[in-house]
Ligand binder design. Structure first.
Ligand code: SF4
Length: 248
């Protein structure tokens, strides 16, 4: 047993490719980064880790994970089969320009076992993502009884009345009108594009970096699109070996 790693959560960054181009994106400009995670390796990682640790949740996100819809569905199906109770996706809800593909995608995800879906929608996402798409996707997910919520990004704080937050509140109301509740969301951290384009808002209190984890106490294992994980790669070594050999 490696005392540095005691996982209860698995995260898969399915891809850094994205259908959005947000000015608050912590990744900077994710366009052109088309690599995506190998579905068989990801499935295997889920089963191996869940077979040896008590895993409470699996999350898939990106970039935009649903650009690789079937891969995302396979990860959640493996999580369900492994008895992991929380199977979550964070998406911007814009993975196709063909509206006829929205309901089948929601059905595939529901059938795969994904059971908590957060749709990122706010003033920033909706500068490049037409609102009608995440709204239609949210409606299709709700019809399949998936727990779906809107996850807005707030600038400075949810209470601050800057023009972005004012617009975000208008957008979240559109989801509430169709019965989709609003999650607490997150406060934008100054990294990537946020630092470049919104730097004037980070002069006072710097919000906590939500992506940071103590490298000496790993509870959430994250796998990148190219398979990188802990100090190795799941395409080259068994994930259980990576856990056992990890040092901070
Ligand atoms: S914030 Fe999310 S949706 Fe927007 S560009 Fe970055 S990864 Fe894509």
């Amino acid at each position: 047993m490696n005392t540095y790693v005691n996982p209860d959560r698995l995260e898969f960054i399915v891809t850094y490719a994205c259908s959005g181009k947000c000015r608050h994106c912590s990744l900077g400009d994710p366009s052109g980064k088309a690599a995506h995670i190998d579905p068989a390796a990801a499935e295997n990682a889920v089963k191996q880790v869940a077979g040896n640790y008590k895993i409470n949740s699996v999350m898939t996100f990106g970039g935009e994970p649903l650009l690789y819809l079937e891969t995302t569905a396979r990860i959640h199906a493996a999580a369900k089969e492994s008895g992991i109770p929380h199977r979550q996706i964070i998406t911007n809800g814009f993975f196709t320009k063909n509206k006829a593909e929205i309901s089948p995608a929601a059905n595939l995800l529901a059938d795969s076992g994904a059971n908590e879906i957060l749709i990122s929608a706010d003033a920033f996402h909706q500068e490049t993502i037409p609102l009608e798409f995440p709204l239609a996707f949210g409606e299709a997910l709700a019809k399949r009884c998936i727990n779906v919520k809107v996850q807005p990004a707030w600038l400075v704080s949810p209470e601050n009345d800057n023009p972005y937050n004012v617009k975000t509140r208008e957008i979240t109301v559109e989801f509430e009108k169709i019965g989709i509740p609003v999650n607490e969301g997150n406060v934008i951290f100054p990294a990537g594009n946020a630092l470049k384009y919104l730097g004037e808002y980070f002069t006072d209190i710097i919000p906590e970096n939500p992506y940071e984890q103590d490298p000496g106490h790993i509870t959430s294992i994250s796998v990148e699109p190219n398979g990188n994980c802990l100090n190795g790669n799941i395409l080259q070594r068994d994930i259980l070996e990576l856990i056992d050999s990890y040092t901070p």
